[in-house]
Write a protein that binds this ligand. Sequence first.
Ligand SMILES: Nc1ncnc2c1ncn2[C@@H]1O[C@H](COP(=O)(O)OP(=O)(O)OP(=O)(O)O)[C@@H](O)[C@H]1O
Ligand SMILES: [Mg+2]
Length: 112
Amino acid sequence: MKKIEAIIRPDKTDRVIDCLEEIGVSGLNIKEIKGYGSQKGQTEMYRGVSYRVRLRKKIKVETIVEYTKVDQIIEAIKEAVQTGEVGDGKIFVSDVENAVRIRTGEEGTDAL
Ligand SMILES: Nc1ncnc2c1ncn2[C@@H]1O[C@H](COP(=O)(O)OP(=O)(O)OP(=O)(O)O)[C@@H](O)[C@H]1O
Ligand SMILES: [Mg+2]
């Protein structure tokens, strides 16, 4: 199993949920986060004053899936959120050792 964490622009959240639903993930989590990437926030002008926004609001979408679905999910998320502008976000993939459905005691992919 793999964990996919996609950090995206907040206004793209519904599009990503729609495409994950279409692919058939069994569950997902949405977290409101703040962070920065290589631009470390960007300088903005407000009332003639330039100031730096250190942390930008982003959404983290997390889902645990069978490894066979990973490539399809990455492609679908890229397609759903890419604008080509800085700040489009990132997708991180990591291994998940086990999962347990508490109600039944099922483990592994059966628990997803
Ligand atoms: N190395 C990282 N580790 C953890 N989170 C990251 C990392 N890089 C980016 N993020 C998260 O992803 C968000 C979006 O990053 P962003 O798309 O700006 O990356 P970038 O490397 O600056 O690429 P771009 O040049 O396209 O903006 C950041 O606000 C931060 O929350
Ligand atoms: Mg950036």
